[in-house]
Design a protein around this ligand. Structure first.
Ligand code: B12
Length: 218
């Protein structure tokens, strides 16, 4: 896996779009890397380790955008494989529905997009709402879609305040059975996430999510 990671990282760092996409798809289709392994051990690890070098400070944001675009193309290209994997492992249609959302001000939505695939793989019906959703919209989405759960992704710790306001409002106005799960890099320095944010679960990986959802409670 380390060799695959190093190669993929090199392709992303040099913004080699076509090669990175071909390489990623070949890992899944030919080299037996699972979709979850690819997301966690290769793609997220690569994106989260991207650094800006001092000699090219004026190019950093531009590069971050281009690299994120390549990652996004790969994620969308994998969707048909996500559905195939779900069909292989589950014989019944999904009976639970989740919306995956980022709070107001949060434009990092790659984690949220990947988490949508995690829920799909676990046989949930998923609505990916994506980045910077105003808090009133959360309430409308929950009612309109008749959701069992909302998953909130926060990457930039500055957006924890906005996430907290959103969660407080949902606890006040939404059905009490609605579950609220959170995750993302933004929460890494919060001590007691479940208590401080009044949520049903904080999750940082596919296996943790699987254990939480299949633990019987949800
Ligand atoms: C890609 C990126 C961007 C892209 C985002 C594209 C997109 N559509 O998402 C763009 C270029 C737009 C961007 C913009 C900015 N970014 Co930026 N960005 C990043 C970068 C390089 C990678 C983040 C990422 O996508 N990781 C990959 C994902 C897949 O990993 P993940 O989020 O951890 O998700 C995994 C798990 O956490 C989990 N998970 C995530 N969410 C959830 C939710 C639930 C419910 C569950 C169960 C699990 C779960 O599952 C995922 C898969 O395993 C980071 C670098 C870093 N070290 O994090 C900086 C970083 C996050 N950005 C940063 C900053 C400052 C910005 C900007 C403010 C300035 C700028 N650089 O342009 C803007 C503004 C954004 C805003 N207003 O919100 C800082 C944040 C600093 C801080 N306060 O800590 C970082 C850390 C860079 C840095 N070292 O300074 N960025």
């Amino acid at each position: 896996m380390e060799a695959f990671y190093n190669k993929f990282r090199e392709l992303i760092e040099t913004e080699s779009k076509n090669e990175a996409i071909e390489f990623a798809l070949a890992l899944i289709d030919k080299h037996r890397v699972t979709i979850v392994e690819f997301y966690e051990e290769i793609l997220a690890r690569t994106m989260n380790s991207i650094e800006c070098h001092n000699d090219e400070k004026n190019l950093c944001v531009w590069r971050e955008h281009v690299r994120s675009g390549i990652a996004r193309t790969i994620i969308e290209s994998l969707y048909s494989r996500v559905l195939a994997e779900r069909s292989k492992n589950h014989s019944t249609p999904p009976d639970k529905k989740v919306a995956v959302i980022c709070p107001d001000g949060e434009y990092h939505d790659m984690g949220a997009r990947i988490v949508s695939d995690y829920f799909t793989l676990l046989n949930w019906d998923v609505v990916f709402v994506g980045n910077s959703t105003p808090k009133d919209e959360f309430i409308r989405v929950a009612e309109h879609l008749n959701l069992n759960a909302i998953a909130i992704s926060v990457t930039n710790p500055y957006n924890l305040v906005s996430a907290k306001k959103t969660i407080d409002m949902m606890r006040e106005k939404c059905d009490e059975n609605l579950k609220i799960f959170v995750g993302g890099y933004g929460f890494t320095k919060v001590d007691d996430i479940k208590k401080d944010f009044n949520v049903d679960g904080y999750v940082s990986s596919f296996n943790e999510l699987k254990n939480l959802l299949e633990g019987g409670e949800y």
